[in-house]
Design a protein around this ligand. Structure first.
Ligand code: NOJ
Ligand code: CA
Length: 672
């Protein structure tokens, strides 16, 4: 079904003209969110309220150029356009299908009050799950090529909310534990930043980030609650190199009655363009993978060639054999190519992306995988050496395509990206444009992309559906080889409410063996085994890794859940939770009537009541519960789990007992 209405609705969008000043009001389709837009001599500004509660006070908009001055004050309206859209669209893969896209929009076209004044347009949209706006610089003689020195977008919050955030401009990119503080204590944060208030939850982020720098949120003063959009600069200080016509990413403010409802928002994807109608998506398939990976992170093996080399033909074939006996689609091999000698992350990269190291036969391994109905997942670790990589990129994707490889994991380990003689942040325009080249080249060779250490997600997978998943988070690897003690038990009940709002997370769950302290005495996975299973449901990704070693899965009946859990969904519903404490998510398989539930807790035990009213009424389901044993504990007894079966229907209410750092993973199979 596709229904687009293009209407002028005076009730939804009301305008007032008071001398030079003008005011418009834009309502969400359900009238719960109101966006006020106001033009005066100083600037165009916006404000937002939700159920009569002010969220953002009047906040100014504008841009500043290196050479052409500011574009903010002294503006006149040259045209105003309004429309309402109510349609659905079908993603190639995702958390639900179809997706409802319903909003009211106002486009204000402005010009500076002078004969040769620069032109600026701002598009505002209000959805039931939040608001968004973006700048458009139309083609104009008075502004052609430009360097943006600053974006003047303000976020003047009404309340000193509780903020969940990670700091920007740090060496480990997005790989930090989330901080919880008063909003006024935030100095400069990456997005999404999630804010919790009284009867409201808000997340500030962006959508459709392309040919631009990523936005961070910078406090305008010590202890203030007024923030500005701080674009991550190039090495020379410029924010964006552009030319008109140019459309900026959307600035997004997701709003819901609580943080759980935020998880059910499709705002970010809805704001991205549909994929080109003739795009070949036949090779794009969500799925599960294993790989030569965790054994390096826990220090049993190494990426470097030699005696401890992780990637060997024999080891790869062991993974393939295990995967072929299970419902696993792909096997990742890291460290198979030349260039991993010694401290590869410390020196200019010497990676050769098409030549295997001694002891690894890519032709044999990829052919063996295909013979077993599987595929190898390729690996392009660039160690942040962008030009070294780009010189080989086409050949490297081609090499994989010829061997039946249909997905590649990317890596950008390093504190800054190499850019000739200078170094760039991982989050500026340089990286945004590099990733676009990667995704385009991969698509040409029918390759899906899973990118680590990359730019945050802003929903571009709607337009480029081979951009499957990414890290951009402090993932499981930190419980393996990180020099500190790894992630805290509450980390995985924070990231769905923060990082997860931006898009899929390649967190790599599925650790079953917690006794790996031989080489990593200070590290541990801070969950129970049952919680590892639950993460397949609470952390969304169309490609999910079963991260542990095949021998650690052997003999575990719990692996059945990993075999069964899908990675593509018809419906997804965040049911209950509290950021930092717990989360329960239910999802229905895209290709069957079966449902799956994941419930996860922080370091505290808890008992949850779960109404099964999401199930189809008047049907019986066989429920298989994978849950913490009564004495399970993330530190003391992580591997203690039990599996129970019973018949249930939608009118039943279950009690879930989660132990400290624990969880429960549930499968509901429809009984015919
Ligand atoms: C960091 C990535 O996040 C990790 O998954 C990978 O194993 C290493 N880099 C090596 O490329
Ligand atoms: Ca990483």
């Amino acid at each position: 079904m596709r229904r687009t209405t293009l209407l002028l609705i005076s009730l939804l969008i009301s305008a007032q003209c008071l001398g030079q000043n003008q005011t418009w009001q834009l309502l969400s389709p359900d009238s719960q969110i109101v966006m006020g837009i106001h033009l005066d001599a100083e600037a165009l500004s916006y404000q937002v309220s939700y159920r009569q509660q002010t969220i953002l006070r009047p906040s100014k908009l504008g841009l500043a150029f290196k050479e052409q001055g500011q574009l903010q004050g002294n503006l006149k309206v040259i045209h105003v356009n309004q429309r309402s859209v109510d349609q659905t669209w079908t993603p190639v893969w995702g958390q639900r299908s179809p997706i409802i896209d319903r909003f009211n929009e106002l486009r204000v076209e402005l010009q500076e009050n002078s004969a040769t004044g620069k032109q600026l347009q701002v598009i505002f949209r209000v959805y039931n799950d939040g608001v968004a706006f973006r700048y458009v610089l139309p083609k104009q003689a008075q502004l052609t090529d430009f360097v943006l020195s600053q974006e003047l977008t303000e976020f003047s919050f009404d309340q000193n909310y509780q903020a969940w955030w990670i700091p920007a401009y740090r060496d480990q990119r997005y790989e930090y534990q989330y901080l919880k503080s008063a909003l006024s204590s935030v100095d400069v944060a990456h997005t999404p930043m999630t804010l919790i208030g009284d009867k409201v939850a808000v997340a500030v982020h962006e959508a459709a980030l392309s040919h631009y720098a990523s936005m961070t949120l910078k406090n305008t003063n010590d202890n203030s609650i007024i923030f500005t959009s701080d674009l991550v600069p190039w090495a020379d200080g410029a924010k964006v190199y552009g030319a008109t016509p140019l459309t900026t990413p959307w600035r997004t403010i997701q709003i819901a009655e609580n943080e759980v409802a935020l998880l059910n928002s499709d705002l970010i994807l809805n704001l991205n363009d549909p994929a080109a109608p003739d795009l070949d998506t036949s090779y794009i398939k969500p799925g599960k993978y294993m790989g030569i990976w965790w054994e390096m992170h826990i220090g049993n093996k190494n990426w470097s060639p030699g005696a401890d080399q992780g990637a060997t033909t024999e080891r790869a074939m062991q993974y393939i054999d295990f995967a072929a006996q299970h419902n696993i689609d792909d096997v990742l091999i890291e460290g198979w190519n030349k260039g991993w000698e010694g401290e590869w992350w410390q020196r200019p990269p010497i990676f050769d992306f098409v030549t295997p190291v001694d002891g690894f036969d890519m032709d044999k391994v990829s052919a063996y995988a295909l013979s077993k109905g599987l595929r190898v997942i390729g690996h392009h670790e660039t160690a942040a050496g962008i030009s070294h990589y780009e010189r080989q990129m086409e050949d490297a994707f081609n090499y994989y395509q010829q061997r039946g490889v249909q997905s590649v994991k990317m890596g950008y380990v390093g504190t800054r990206l190499e850019h000739g003689a200078v170094k760039e942040w991982h989050h500026g325009q340089y990286m945004v444009e590099h990733m676009q080249r990667v995704v385009d080249s991969a698509a040409k060779h029918h390759v899906m992309v899973n990118a680590h250490e990359t730019i945050k997600d802003t929903g571009l997978s709607r337009t480029y559906p081979n951009m499957m998943t990414r890290e951009a988070v402090r993932g499981m690897e930190y419980n393996g080889g990180s020099p500190d003690t790894g992630n805290l038990p509450n980390h995985t009940v924070i990231i769905p409410f923060t990082r997860g709002l931006s898009g899929p997370i390649d967190f790599t769950p599925g650790i079953f063996n917690f006794n790996y302290q031989k080489h990593r005495p200070h590290n541990r996975v801070p969950t129970t085994l049952a919680k590892q299973l639950a993460l397949y449901v609470t952390l969304y990704s169309p490609l999910q890794m079963a991260a542990d070693l095949p021998e650690n899965y052997a003999g575990h009946p719990a692996f059945q859940f990993i075999d069964d859990v899908p990675t593509d969904w018809q419906q997804s519903i965040a049911l209950q939770g509290k950021i930092g404490e717990f989360l329960v998510v239910a999802r229905q398989d895209k290709h069957s009537a079966d449902w799956f539930v994941g419930a996860t807790s922080n370091e505290d035990p808890r008992s949850l009541s779960l109404a099964l009213d999401f199930l189809e009424p008047n049907q019986r389901y066989l429920l298989t519960r994978y849950q913490d044993a009564t004495d399970a504990h993330w530190q003391r007894k992580p591997m203690a789990y039990e599996i129970k079966q019973q018949q249930v229907s939608s009118s039943d209410v279950l009690t879930l007992q989660l132990q400290p750092g624990g969880g429960a993973a549930l499968k509901f199979a429809l009984l015919k």
